[in-house]
Design a protein around this ligand. Structure first.
Ligand SMILES: [Zn+2]
Length: 515
């Protein structure tokens, strides 16, 4: 390999891997860059090949790194995303629909949108140097996503030096501190101890100086950067607080002694449990007296159901419990920004209305956008002595986006449950004209824990665009509601007429698990 013969000169010339016009021009290769707006490849351009070295060794790339020049002479070095990310210890993810590439380590996530001059670094919009975005490029038979070399390397805490003579970029891994010097940060700050209290309601980060930190909300994670603090033990680590909100606390040191002007930073990451968020379930405060950062958790609120029998409760009528799938923080399937919980609710409410009109007692496990635990849903049905239970859901098949149709589930070996499922499946398919995928059985909580015949309808596939469009149409929803009501009515019509008995809600009289 070539030695860095004039690194100072090169560094002075180049602030951001910008390629000056007078640089020695190296080999060029014909590359076609994809135009995201036009959706096509642009014309072939003669692109200069850049040598890339990682910690002194030439990198093996599956497509050459090249310069891309947007305007004037201000070119940027673009490198295939996978080899550079993996070499720096990151994983690459790809969202084809949104045209996004993500580069993530256990601590950092960089999301680049093809054709966009703004990246997201740990959830924070960040302008790309020179406005040069990630781009798909084709060279010979190879197609790769190229990303700006310096930007990505520096975000992954590597340093990049430019060797102008050799027209090469030299990456030094793990060399950069997370933040520039912060004069107000304590000079010898240490994170001395992490502890969770007995109830696991608070997690405390003990320091040896006044807390100085910033919080980055990453959705399913929260990063707390302790500015000016190193880890007392000198070793990265983690803690399991064993509470329902924070699954794990991880800590790692970013600041190093490479450059004394750089600040020491320890990043503490809280991995949140499903449906938990910063603000709602986690609050973080600095306690100057304690010299600590205190993380308080609040478990997600669950609605404790108290079914109230309506005034017009008819002891001679059958009681139907309708269960609108998901709700509140439990969104269910999520496709094209549509949440399953928002489809199941209106269909359930309408089916309830239709059944009440037919004279049945109807109880809803939820009548609004609220989280209800699965066991609470079954308990509710059991406590009102319901005759049947119907849970209403929409399906998803992430691996086969064309798959559509209707299924109904019952509990394995529940003869009456299967009969109920059969009536609902047939009536919904007849009303909607959807593809009949038949009956299935599954050990779902709401099917298992309910003591009456129970069915779970999967109306259609949200993952299939064509069917999703139907599922949100009011006319189609009306057909499903009609189908559910007719299926319930059909099933109940096969049962002997209910007598005026008022003893049906007695818990001791409820049938055992043999449905
Ligand atoms: Zn569901």
């Amino acid at each position: 390999m070539k030695k860095l013969t004039s690194i100072f000169c090169a560094l002075a010339l180049l602030a951001g891997l910008a390629v000056p016009a007078e640089a020695v021009r190296p080999d060029t290769v014909p590359v076609r860059f994809h135009d995201e707006e036009a959706g096509t490849y642009g014309p072939e351009t003669a692109s200069e090949v850049v040598g890339v070295f990682l910690d002194g060794e030439p990198m093996e790339l599956d497509m050459p790194a090249v310069t891309q020049i947007l305007s004037g002479n201000d070119g940027r070095t673009m490198v295939p995303v996978r080899p550079i990310a993996e070499a720096l210890g990151a994983k690459v993810g790809w969202n084809a629909e949104k045209r996004k590439v993500s580069i993530s380590t256990s601590l950092d996530t960089i999301v680049l949108t093809l054709g966009s001059a703004v990246a997201e670094v740990n959830g924070i919009p960040t302008e790309l140097p020179g406005g040069v975005p990630a781009v798909v490029a084709r060279y010979e038979d190879t197609e790769r996503t190229l990303v700006p070399l310096r930007f990505v390397s520096e975000q992954l805490h590597a340093r990049v030096d430019w060797d102008n003579e050799a027209f090469a970029a030299h990456i030094t891994s793990g060399a950069e501190s997370l933040t520039p010097a912060d004069p107000s940060a304590p000079p010898d700050g240490r994170l001395t101890r992490l502890a969770a209290d007995d109830n696991a309601q608070t997690i405390t980060l003990y320091l040896n100086a006044q807390p100085h930190y910033r919080i980055i909300d990453l959705g399913d994670r929260i990063a707390i950067d302790l500015l000016g603090f190193v880890i007392g033990s000198g070793e990265d680590g983690s803690l399991r607080p064993e509470n329902p909100v924070v699954n794990q606390v991880r800590y790692a040191q970013h600041g190093t002694d490479v450059d004394p002007r750089e600040n020491h930073v320890t990043r503490v990451v809280l991995d949140l449990a499903r449906n938990c968020t910063y603000g709602e379930n986690v609050t973080i405060t600095g306690d100057p007296e304690l010299q600590a950062v205190v993380i308080s958790v609040k478990p997600p609120e669950t609605w404790v159901p108290r079914p109230v029998l309506p005034e017009d409760w008819d002891p001679a009528a059958y009681t139907v419990v309708l269960d609108a799938g998901h709700g509140g923080s439990a969104t269910g399937a999520l496709y094209e920004e549509i949440m399953e919980k928002d489809i199941t609710l209106p269909i359930t409410l309408r089916a309830a209305e239709l059944l009440r009109e037919k004279g049945y007692n109807v109880v809803l496990t939820r009548n609004r956008d609220v989280y209800v635990d699965l066991y609470d849903r079954s308990d509710m049905a059991n406590s009102v002595g319901a005759d049947i239970f119907v849970s209403i859901h929409a399906n998803a098949s992430p691996t086969n986006l064309d798959f559509q149709g209707t299924f109904t589930y019952s509990y394995p070996n529940s003869t009456r449950g299967e009969k109920l499922a059969g009536y609902i499946q047939a009536a919904v398919v007849a009303e909607t004209g959807s593809i009949d995928r038949g009956l299935l059985s599954n050990d779902y909580v709401v099917l298992r824990e309910t003591t009456m015949p129970a069915a779970l309808l999967e109306m259609g596939f949200m993952s299939c665009h064509e069917e999703l469009v139907k599922l949100i149409e009011p006319e189609y929803q009306e057909k499903i509601s009609q189908g559910i009501a007719k299926g319930v009515e059909g099933y109940l019509a096969t049962l002997p007429r209910k007598t005026g008995s008022t003893t049906k809600a007695g818990g001791a009289l409820l049938p055992a698990k043999g449905k």
